[in-house]
Design a protein around this ligand. Structure first.
Ligand code: NAD
Length: 269
């Protein structure tokens, strides 16, 4: 294992990309060795620190991911589903740990990660924060303890730029609730209600999404019965929690056997 693993950030100019570059540059446990953006992006060819409006970091933004990955022990990737699939194949080729924060992947896209995971470590989570991963565990336990007299609803809020709904985190929480109840989420999920929907079905798990302003990420899991309700809540106020979690995952993945892991593995929850 390398003492200070070299890390490449994909989607370098994105909200999470910038946060990751700051987090890795400030860390004494890892080195930033590459920054990748889409071909044609105005940052390509520029020093990533200068492109971010700060001091140079000695890393030039590239649109050639394989060249960057070949220099690295890990790739941290918060981009878009099709880009993440391409990066998974290239990271596996370079035998670099691939930390995937990208959300909105379909089941088919997730299945397409499998060949890469035969050769390299993939750590994928819809939310990289310690708090949310703890909330997932709590949701599973509460759902297992309560019967279907308690209606479960997952309510999430995010900034106006978010392109997918429900959020990856909301789906993680829904999966946890379904697992606690011993059912499959696909059979019981109510994703978005509009018009004459009929009464709520017993045992279903509902999702609602709020989009607006600069909200970093808020999630409530509501267990509502007659006469009482329980609300489990996580509020993210700073994207740094996701970047720190992703860096932790990249370090944890060094020297592990190839395969797919998640933050529950990384955090030992
Ligand atoms: P963003 O739109 O600000 O950034 C995405 C970046 O990816 C952009 O800079 C874009 O140019 C780049 N990109 C897209 N395709 C590319 C390609 N083919 N090659 C190189 N770069 C490419 O979005 P964001 O807010 O930073 O979020 C990115 C993803 O991370 C989303 O899916 C979001 O839901 C997810 N996210 C996950 C967590 C988590 O903890 N897992 C936390 C926050 C955001």
């Amino acid at each position: 294992m390398t003492h200070r693993p070299g890390i490449v950030v994909t989607g370098a100019s994105g909200r999470m990309g910038r946060m990751l570059i700051e987090t890795i540059s400030d860390s004494d446990r890892a080195r930033l060795v590459g920054a990748v953006e889409r071909a044609g992006h105005s940052w390509v060819g520029r020093d990533v620190g200068e492109a971010m409006g700060g001091a140079p970091l000695g890393v030039t933004v590239t649109d050639q991911p394989l060249d960057a990955f070949a220099q690295a022990q890990a790739v941290i990737d918060f981009t878009a589903p099709e880009a993440t699939l391409e990066f998974a194949a290239l990271a596996a080729q370079a035998r670099a740990v691939h930390v995937i924060g990208t959300t909105g992947m379909t089941d088919d896209q997730i299945a397409r990660l499998e060949p890469a995971a035969r050769h390299a470590v993939i750590i994928r989570a819809g939310n990289m924060s310690l708090g949310v991963n703890l909330l997932v565990q709590l949701t599973k336990r509460v759902a297992a303890a309560l019967d279907e007299d308690f209606d479960i609803e997952v309510i999430e809020a995010h900034h106006r730029h978010k392109v997918d709904a429900p959020s990856g985190t909301a789906l993680m929480l829904g999966e946890a609730a379904a697992e606690g109840r011993g059912v499959s989420l696909a059979d019981v999920a109510d994703r978005g209600r509009d018009g004459i929907t009929g009464a709520r079905e017993r045992g279903h798990i509902g999702f609602s999404a709020v989009r607006g302003g600069d909200i970093v990420g808020e999630h409530d899991v509501l267990f509502a019965a007659d006469g009482e309700r329980i609300v489990l809540r996580h509020v993210a106020t700073d994207r740094a929690i996701f970047a720190r979690g992703a860096l932790k995952a990249a370090l944890w993945g060094q020297g592990r056997a190839p395969g797919q892991y998640d933050m529950v593995d990384v955090l030992g929850l």
